[in-house]
Design a protein around this ligand. Structure first.
Ligand SMILES: C[S@@+](CC[C@H](N)C(=O)[O-])C[C@H]1O[C@@H](n2cnc3c(N)ncnc32)[C@H](O)[C@@H]1O
Length: 232
């Protein structure tokens, strides 16, 4: 998992808009963590692909963890995350994608990752890393719409490749199997299955939808939340 040699993930403006687009999904993810009571105050959180630290900030506000760790290969995003996290009351640590080796065994109570699996080729290596750093009884929540069961993935995959990203095809069952092989108990649900579908068709050319039907199908059916439990 090498350092991403790019200045921005999309470009400066798109990177800023990424947060506006994703905050609704981060809130849904945090809501599931809250409902499951899978993070208690004083816990340790790891965000894989934390970009500018927006999800970590939300988790900091909601759960007041003792420590937040972010893994982010993109140097510019990591820098913004560092500035933002310097205001947190919790201890904060940021690493590039190779930062796994700096995380001690059984240190993390909650692992999160939002739309990052499509950039990671080796799911076995990833799940082994998650299993190693989770505390017994800890959970990982990985949200992903960019998987092979989503009919929009073929178009989005092409758009990402045109922008110079290296992306990988993963099926939901492959993702769950990789977790199970690493010793984690997998489960899955739509990240959101009801409510308002947020989308501004004028805001971005990439990640577009051909119809409202496709938008609803994506947001309430294909955008999945995988949960992996590290059983004691
Ligand atoms: C689509 S963005 C999502 C960012 C953020 N999670 C969010 O919800 O807005 C994917 C992020 O994963 C990062 N990434 C790519 N490869 C990675 C890897 N091997 N390990 C960790 N993060 C990675 C990218 O640099 C980028 O910031």
């Amino acid at each position: 998992m090498s350092e991403v040699i790019r200045t921005h993930f999309f470009d400066y403006e798109e990177d800023s808009r990424l947060e506006e687009r994703n905050i609704h999904f981060w809130r849904a993810l945090a809501g599931h963590v809250q409902a499951d009571r899978s993070l208690l105050p004083g816990g340790v959180v790891l965000d894989i692909g934390c970009h500018r630290g927006g999800l970590l900030e939300l988790l900091h506000e909601r759960f007041r963890p003792a420590k937040l760790i972010g893994l982010e290969p993109l140097v510019s995003a990591r820098r913004v995350a560092g500035q933002r996290m310097s205001r947190f009351t919790s201890q904060t640590l940021l690493f590039g994608a190779e930062g796994w080796s700096s995380i001690p065994n059984a240190e993390v109570d909650l692992v999160v990752g939002h739309e990052v699996l499509q950039y990671i080729s080796d799911l076995s290596q990833l799940m082994t890393g998650i299993r190693r750093c989770l505390t017994p009884g800890g959970f990982a929540y990985l949200a992903l719409g960019c998987h092979t069961e989503n009919p929009l993935w073929a178009t989005w995959r092409h758009e990402l490749e045109e922008l110079g990203h290296r992306v990988y095809d993963h099926s939901p069952l492959e993702i769950m199997a990789a977790g199970a092989r690493a010793g984690l108990a997998p489960s899955v649900r739509p990240l959101r299955d009801t409510g308002w579908a947020y989308h501004d068709p004028t805001a971005s050319e990439s990640f577009s939808y051909p119809s409202v039907e496709a938008l609803l199908e994506h947001q309430f059916r294909h955008k999945l939340l995988f949960r992996f439990e590290c059983r004691v």
